[in-house]
Structures are given as structure tokens and as C-alpha cells.
Design a protein around this ligand. Structure first.
Ligand SMILES: [Zn+2]
Length: 285
């Protein structure tokens, strides 16, 4: 699943290609989108803005409609010049938005719906801006209260809850726990207030660092800017713990552990020495 930083960068790229330009073409394989377009044609409207909210991408049109898409595991948006060869088969096309300069093509987008301002506000699946770690309106204090409300759950599972912190995905989950020295299997109830504050602040910082203009496609939490050498084509080279099972911890040299965690059995990585359980118990990797 794309992390929040990926969706943010997609929104930025789509924004540059689409915002302020009249739409010259719209196609979709989603019947509800084509029906909306039949009733309220998008051709001639402008794209007013494109934004990410957690893992949702929202395209706002001047006629008042908003196209909301969620990529899940499979979907992606590409931008092409007219006539440019697509990098995916035509059969994967789900949505095309065209202007005189570009085509934005949504491939294998699994979830798409057209919203009015009212239905968008009522759609509880799409996070409000205040809970997106990348939003200017993000409210860290409120995020801490939402997190603490899941007292009986393990912290790494709660970090993945999009209604608690929108924009944190499975890679960031492990990295956030490492940089705050919190064991990912620790119950939320056992965390100190400082740890809760630190986790939320780390979530904001790590995700934000990966949406800078010069940040590449790989997630980087370790070593600052990614150096583009062949050796570092391995994404884990830029991470503290994720995907580094059995390799030495970058802080203490202990071997990094890996374990499936939570109801969805998502993979978690951690250092047993840097991230001890509060009661001193050992979690097998
Ligand atoms: Zn360590």
C-alpha cells in the first residue's frame, strides 16, 4: 500500500499538470463516474486543486464536484503528454482526465467516487485535514488523545490506524518506533506521555522529510538524503530497521528482528536492545 508521502507526491505532480487548466476530456470505467459526468460534464470545467488526505487523493473541480480515489495496493496515477506511450496496458485504465497539455491516467484504481462538498464532509472514510500528518492543520494534541484512546492495543498497530494518524504506512510504522526507542509491541497504556508526544512528532517529521522537492521515490529515514549509487538501490539502505532482519542495528549493533503483528499480520522490524519492552520482557523475532 502506498504510504502517505507517496500520495502526497502524486497529488503534487497531478496538481502541476491539471490545476487551472480547462478539462478537454474525461473517461472512466467506473459507471458512477461516467454517470456523474453525463449529468455534470467535466469537460470545460477547471481542476481547482488536488490534495492528499492520508491515503486518499482528492481532485476538486470548478463545478463543485470532487473525485476521491484510494489506491489500496494496486492503483497508481501517471501523467503523460498527448500521444505519449502509456507504461501500463490500456486495459488497466480506470480514469483519464485530459487537458491541452497532459493526460492524467489512473491505472487499476480500486476505489473511486465523486463527491459534492456535502457528501465529502460526510464521508467518514476520508480523513479530515486535522488528522493528516502532512497537513498544515494537523493537530498533534488531538492526535495524542486519539492514540491514547487505544490503550489496550499495541502501539505499532495503532500507528497504522488512519483515523488516528492519517498518512503513516507500514514502513514508517517501524521507523517511527525505532527513532523514538519504543518497542512496537508495547501496549499504548504502557507508554509515557513523553513517548506519545515523541511518536507523533516523529511521525510528522519522518513523513514530511519524504515529501521534500528533492526527495526521491524511496523512503529515507536514515542517513539524510539518499545517495544515488548502485549499492544503495536497496531501499532498506536508507532505513533504520525496516526490511533489515538479521542485519546489525545502526545504533547498537544488535541484530534487527522481524515479526508479523496485529490482526492484519503486517510485518514489523525493531531492535530489541534500542527498543526494550517497558517490563523488560523479550519479544521473539
Ligand atoms: Zn539497536
Amino acid at each position: 500500500m502506498p504510504e502517505g508521502d507517496t500520495i502526497f507526491r502524486t497529488a503534487r505532480a497531478l496538481s502541476r499538470a491539471l490545476v487551472g487548466k480547462p478539462i478537454t476530456g474525461f473517461r472512466s470505467t467506473f459507471p458512477l463516474l461516467t454517470r456523474f459526468n453525463d449529468d455534470t460534464p467535466l469537460v470545460g470545467q477547471l481542476v481547482e486543486s488536488v490534495e492528499s488526505r492520508g491515503k486518499w487523493l482528492l481532485i476538486h473541480f470548478s463545478g463543485g464536484g470532487t473525485l476521491a480515489t484510494h489506491m489500496l495496493m494496486s492503483g497508481s496515477w501517471h501523467i503523460y503528454r498527448p500521444g505519449e506511450r502509456w507504461q501500463q496496458p490500456n486495459g488497466n485504465m480506470r480514469i483519464v482526465i485530459e487537458n491541452s497539455d497532459y493526460l492524467a491516467v489512473g491505472f487499476r484504481v480500486p476505489v473511486a467516487r465523486m463527491h459534492t462538498a456535502l457528501s465529502l464532509a460526510r464521508d467518514t472514510k476520508i480523513p479530515r485535514l486535522a488528522i493528516d500528518v502532512l497537513s498544515q492543520e494537523f493537530d498533534a494534541g488531538a492526535a495524542a488523545r486519539r492514540l491514547i484512546a487505544h490503550a489496550s492495543e499495541e502501539i505499532a498497530d495503532v500507528l497504522l490506524r488512519q483515523e488516528v494518524l492519517a498518512g503513516v504506512g507500514n514502513v514508517f510504522k517501524s521507523e517511527i518506533c525505532f527513532v523514538t526507542a519504543v518497542n512496537p509491541f508495547c501496549k499504548v497504556a504502557a507508554l509515557s506521555q513523553e513517548q506519545v508526544t515523541g511518536l507523533i512528532s516523529a511521525a510528522q517529521k519522518l513523513v514530511a522529510a519524504n515529501v521534500l522537492e528533492d526527495s526521491g521515490d524511496e523512503i529515507v529515514t536514515y542517513g539524510g538524503r539518499k545517495r544515488r549509487t548502485t549499492h544503495e538501490s536497496d531501499p532498506s539502505a536508507s532505513l533504520w530497521v525496516y526490511s533489515r532482519k538479521g542485519e546489525p542495528c545502526r545504533r547498537c549493533g544488535e541484530l534487527i528482528r522481524r515479526r508479523l503483528q496485529g490482526p492484519d499480520a503486517r510485518v514489523t522490524f525493531w531492535c530489541p536492545r534500542c527498543q526494550p519492552m517497558p517490563d523488560g520482557s523479550d519479544i521473539d523475532g
